[in-house]
Design a protein around this ligand. Structure first.
Ligand code: 13P
Length: 245
């Protein structure tokens, strides 16, 4: 059985207090399987609250980092600060950072390098926008994002395919559409110098569709936004994944 990653990206949600309440509630769940990795990505200010109250089987990631260790970068966060908080993963190239904060391939590449240098596992996100999907150039977009963003990388990374048109819309990619793209990404990355540990799907994942998505052969897990903010929904999804395998 393949290993499954269940990741929750909280985006700009969850105060320290809400984080504590979520973790306390979720601690009653028994995760007795070591073939399921559970990772949560709280906002920076809630990371230590998450670390203090989380059950042992949850790992903590950061939603972003800056690629330098220190210096005059007002408002940015160094990988060293994140390591100090026990962060093990980092999201890089999330569509909201690409399209709202205008982060380009080149800077994302520097961020991936920096994460790896500090032993933080990058979850590198790719995905086409609605208009690119309609023009049928999704694969070209993803190819460029991977080839530019992961240029000269020769270590292990996790990828997340998050079609922008499926994020926060309630309209997830069908398992077949997601599978086709994951299979394309698998082929594309086979000959690259980096190793792909897993390819996650993200975009409107919820308790009703998680089971069909992770049943697909090239989908190794999910990156959940909105539905990971509710401890009830998150527990439901963990339970589904735990029971079906
Ligand atoms: P939603 O699950 O809210 O669509 O968000 C997906 C996402 O962006 C995860 O990184």
């Amino acid at each position: 059985m393949k290993k499954i990653v269940i990741a929750g990206n909280w985006k700009m949600n969850m105060t320290r207090k809400e984080t504590k309440e979520f973790m306390v509630r979720i601690s009653s769940f028994t995760m007795d399987r070591n073939d399921i990795d559970v990772i949560l990505f709280p906002p920076y200010t809630s990371i230590d609250s998450a670390q203090s109250f989380k059950p042992e089987w949850i790992k903590i990631g950061s939603q972003n980092l800056w690629y330098k260790d220190s210096g005059a970068f007002t408002g940015e966060i160094s990988p060293i600060f994140l390591k100090e908080l026990g962060v093990e993963y980092v999201l890089i190239g999330h569509s909201e950072r690409r399209h709202i904060l205008n982060e380009q391939d080149e800077i994302l590449n520097l961020k991936v390098k920096s994460a790896l240098q500090h032993d933080i596992i990058p979850i590198f996100c790719v995905g086409e926008r609605k208009e690119e999907n309609e023009k049928n150039i999704g694969k070209q977009v993803i190819k460029r994002q991977i080839e530019e963003g992961l240029k000269f990388i020769n270590q292990e990374v996790i990828l997340a395919y998050e079609p922008v048109w499926a994020i926060g819309t309630g309209r997830a990619a069908t398992p077949d559409i997601a599978e086709e793209m994951h299979s394309y990404i698998t082929q594309l990355t086979l000959e690259k110098p980096f190793t792909v540990k897993a390819i996650l799907y993200g975009g409107s994942v919820n308790p009703d569709n998680i089971s069909d998505l992770i049943a697909m052969p090239h989908i190794d897990g999910v990156l959940i936004g909105g539905a990971s903010l509710s401890s009830d929904k998150f527990l439901k999804m963990l339970d589904i994944v735990k029971k079906r395998r």
